[in-house]
Design a protein around this ligand. Structure first.
Ligand code: ATP
Length: 354
């Protein structure tokens, strides 16, 4: 096993830069997820680590080896693709054994590695089946089995769950996480799904437009987003953003364009006199008879909780209440904001000030 380092890595396709200087340190045994919207460059970064794409500048290291000059097969990695890339005319066992056969391993060694991977993944009874005779989740497990038998230094996953239905995706999330806890192999995983990133990663790398916006543990990114992009990308339902400024006379009041006053517990000196964005997570709003009046726009009960969209301060604010709320669109509710959990962002730079 080994860690992975990206050092000022850059990539251009022709004159078009898609990776604009990326530094990421991945510890030995860590599960790191690269996440970001479509086109941000996360797959390109993974493909450069795998050796499927050249880098334009910088350095990629696995352990203490510089690998960006090595061909893929010398990098000691195994990649699981979105479409699984199974060989349709080969059984499950043969699919898993294939790379070891190519590498010239002994038959006894191959058999024992395939048996062990099949045992770990619950595939032992399916070894004689062909891919067409498997469910989507089972195919996904075979694709992982092919990676496990090679016992690589690093596992790479490129959107491995995107072809599965919602329920299976949730189940496979736990399976992959458990697998990592068991094998402790350094893992780099790409997804555009921030929930996948939040639930599975030790460390998340949020990418946007070819740069790294922030790196951190899932809850650290959730609680302390560096900027508006990360704040808006991490969290579902998303953080509500409201434009306005601090009251020059009272820094504990945020005043929106329509004159609504919202509470601020910790006003930063840097926030005074600036155009700001007030960031509010849905769970830090409570029903409160003495609170602010807000008109209900949408109500979405899930049974477990009630999600409401209300109008406040000229914005549509998303709230999540653990209790059941029986109101209709157009009615007014009263809400209180937990000011200790409010964020303020510089509207111009996007940087979080509070
Ligand atoms: P997605 O989630 O849609 O796969 P991504 O974040 O993985 O997106 P990449 O596939 O890494 O994004 O692509 C990053 C950028 O590089 C995009 O603008 C894409 O159009 C461009 N790009 C990727 N591959 C090539 C290529 N072979 N030639 C030219 N441009 C490319």
């Amino acid at each position: 096993m080994a860690g992975v380092d990206f050092v000022d890595v850059r990539k251009s396709f022709g004159a078009f830069p898609v990776i604009k200087g990326v530094d990421i340190e991945i510890e030995d045994g860590e599960f790191v997820i690269l996440v970001g919207p479509s086109g941000c460059g996360k797959s390109t970064l993974l493909r450069m680590l795998a050796g499927l794409e050249n880098i334009t500048a910088g350095e990629i290291r696995i352990g203490d080896r510089v690998v960006n000059t090595l061909p893929p097969k010398e990098r000691d990695i195994a990649m699981v693709f979105q479409n699984y890339a199974l060989y349709p005319h080969m059984t499950v066992a043969a699919n898993m054994a294939f790379s070891l056969m190519l590498a010239g391993s002994q038959k006894s060694e191959i058999d024992s590695r395939v048996a062990r991977a099949a045992d770990i993944l619950g595939l032992s009874k399916l070894l004689d089946r062909y891919p067409r005779q498997l469910s989507g989740g089972q195919r996904q497990r075979v694709a992982m089995g092919r990676a496990i038998v090679r016992d690589p230094q690093v596992f790479l996953f490129d959107e491995p769950l995107s072809n599965l239905d919602a329920k299976l995706r949730v189940a496979m999330r736990s399976e992959i996480k458990e697998l990592h806890q068991r094998l402790k192999t350094t893992t780099v995983y790409v997804t555009h799904d921030q929930i996948e990133a939040m639930t599975m990663a030790d460390k998340i790398v949020v990418m946007h437009d070819g740069i790294v916006e922030q790196i951190g543990a899932p809850l650290d990114l959730y609680d302390n987003p560096a900027n508006l992009f990360v704040a808006g990308f991490i969290g579902s339902p998303a953080m509500t953003m409201i434009s306005g400024r601090l009251d020059p006379e009272d820094a504990h009041a945020f005043v929106t364009a329509d004159g609504t006053r919202l509470p601020v517990a910790r006003p930063a000196a840097a926030a005074r006199g600036k155009d700001l964005v007030y960031g509010l997570r849905p769970e830090y709003i409570a029903l409160d008879a003495a609170g602010l009046a807000a008109e209900v726009v949408v109500i979405e009960p899930t049974g477990y909780e009630t999600q409401l969209v209300v109008k406040l301060g000229g914005a549509e604010v998303t709230c999540v209440f653990r209790e059941r709320v029986t109101v209709r669109p157009g009615e007014t509710i009263r809400i209180a904001i937990d000011a200790n959990h409010v964020h303020l962002f510089d509207a111009e730079t996007g940087v979080r000030l509070v």
